[in-house]
Design a protein around this ligand. Structure first.
Ligand SMILES: Nc1ncnc2c1ncn2[C@@H]1O[C@H](COP(=O)(O)OP(=O)(O)OP(=O)(O)O)[C@@H](O)[C@H]1O
Ligand SMILES: [Mg+2]
Length: 483
């Protein structure tokens, strides 16, 4: 008999803390990234970026190495390494290429530790002389006063002159620092690709996670640095002069990517990007993979609930998913809250009943609001003015004109957005959706998280708050029906 009594939880909501590899679900994104064509992985908060990085780097360290986390990265120090000879867009490409090259040098040095080759020895020597270790910390790589040129097969040159070292932060060398960084990166990359080929590795990956930690507030310099990283990654990936394939992959929150613009952005978004998207089917599979790991390989969703219909004759799975933004984190949180409620009952065997799902929504709704705050605060600290304006109507659906009236009264003096702009942002983060005419004379609610291609309709008059926020915003559903 299946019982939830023995289940402590459905897992932690952040992949860093979750034993996610015990029940990792292989999605389409995995294949796309493995194909080597991908440069950028975009997803909202909680959509599974870190889970992917852990999957690759922990199950296959030989070709995926250690992830490159940019948590507490010294963006300020790095920002001084501007390439004055390059365009604004490309000002940071050279420094990122060098950083990537040094990380790759460290990776191949470790991978080939048992093998001897002159190239590998040389790379190790370069790392030891400069950092005292073959595993320098990412944050320290560009933070030292200078780098010595040692161990490389073909040393860097600028204008025909060999460089013995590269000095950072020397104002007299400002004009050439870009060339020097580039040239050193090229020397390193040439040796790295030789070493990779000697190690018979077909493709070496490098995963960059947690960029958002320093980038949620983007000024112009940080924007240029982010663009520089993407362009540097692309450049290294495309290089044909190297003997082996090297694939840097950048994981980024969608809202941050939306804030930058540069000439090749569209091209990159279309041809070299994976968007992490989940639907009912894949989220159910994610849950069932956890059930299989915790309760046995044959256990599936119907085994852990009583089959009773919720309000509007909705199944429990659909009831839950409707309250998420179709992200794994929301699902895990909802189930953990429901499990807490269920475990207070004495039933044996223990399975979910409707009351568990009804009673847990209050806590879940607070979670959802906090998770949204983490995402939206950096863009619009007063976003709760918008949510409170929705609450004033007391019902989950409302008229735009009522919203505008209420918002005018609530809006804090320091809040930069007027009512229309506020609605557009609420739509952007899927807090609000609008009633959209659909084929055959009907209409349906369009939210960005589930209907991305629709776009915001500034003329829509009938709006709705995301139902996951209903309890937090103290709203009522006016009738049970099609929505
Ligand atoms: N493919 C998957 N298989 C199993 N669990 C997953 C998968 N993808 C994500 N999860 C789980 O979903 C939760 C959220 O994922 P994760 O922490 O990777 O999101 P994220 O995109 O890195 O979020 P953030 O932007 O906040 O860093 C975690 O508990 C993670 O273990
Ligand atoms: Mg993460």
């Amino acid at each position: 008999m299946v019982t939830l009594r023995t289940v402590e939880s459905f897992g932690e909501i952040a992949a860093e803390d979750d034993p996610v590899l015990d029940y990792f679900l292989t999605t389409e994104a995995v294949q796309d990234i493995e194909s080597g064509k991908i440069l950028l992985v975009l997803g909202r908060k909680g959509s599974g970026k870190t889970a992917l990085v852990r999957h690759f780097t922990e199950t296959n360290p030989a070709t995926h190495g250690q992830p490159l986390s940019l948590r507490s990265y010294p963006w300020g120090t790095h920002s001084a390494l501007v390439d004055k000879g390059a365009s604004e867009t490309e000002a940071y490409v050279a420094s990122w290429r060098l950083l990537i090259a040094i990380r790759l040098a460290s990776m191949v040095s470790e991978l080939g530790s048992a093998k001897f080759s002159d190239t590998l020895e040389g790379l190790r020597k370069f790392l030891m002389e400069n950092f005292g270790t073959i595993r320098p910390e990412t944050k320290s790589i560009l933070s030292r006063p200078k780098l010595k040129v040692v161990g490389l097969t073909i040393g860097p040159q600028v204008a025909g002159i060999s460089l013995g070292s590269i000095t950072f932060g020397d104002p007299t060398r400002e004009k050439v620092i870009g060339l020097e960084l580039d040239s050193l990166a090229n020397s390193l990359l040439t040796d790295i690709s030789t070493a990779v080929a000697e190690l018979r590795i077909e493709n070496l990956y490098l995963h960059f996670d947690e960029l958002d930690q320093g980038l949620d507030i983007l000024d112009d310099v940080k924007k240029r640095m982010l663009i520089g990283l993407i362009l540097a990654a692309r450049d290294i990936k495309r290089s044909t002069e190297f003997r082996a394939n090297v694939s840097p992959i950048v994981y980024l929150r969608t809202d941050i990517w939306e804030q930058v613009s540069f000439s090749d952005k569209n091209k990159i978004t279309r041809s070299s990007t994976v968007r992490l998207k989940w639907n009912e089917e894949t989220l159910k599979a994610l849950v069932e993979s956890r059930l299989a790991a915790k309760l046995g390989p044959t256990v599936s969703w119907p085994d852990i609930e009583d089959g009773g219909k919720m309000r509007g004759s909705q199944g429990k799975l659909q009831h839950m998913l409707a309250r998420t933004l179709l992200r794994p984190r929301d699902v895990i949180q909802f189930l953990n809250e429901a499990l807490k409620v269920a475990r207070d009952r004495t039933d044996d065997p223990l399975v979910f009943i409707n009351d568990d799902f009804n009673a847990c929504r209050e806590e879940y709704s607070e979670y959802l609001k906090d998770e949204l705050s983490d995402e939206i605060d950096p863009h619009w600290p007063n976003w709760t003015d918008g949510l409170r304006a929705c609450s004033r109507t007391k019902t989950i659906t409302f008229q735009k004109e009522d919203f505008l009236k209420n918002y005018l009264q609530i809006r804090a003096p320091e809040n930069p957005l007027d009512g229309n702009a506020a609605l557009e942002q609420l739509y952007r983060f899927s807090i609000v959706g609008y009633l959209r005419p659909s084929g055959g004379g009907g209409s349906s609610w369009s939210f960005r998280y589930s209907d991305e291609s629709a776009g915001w309709d500034a003329t829509a008059s009938r709006l709705k708050v995301h139902i996951g926020l209903k309890e937090h915003a103290q709203l009522k559903e006016e009738r049970i029906g099609k929505d």
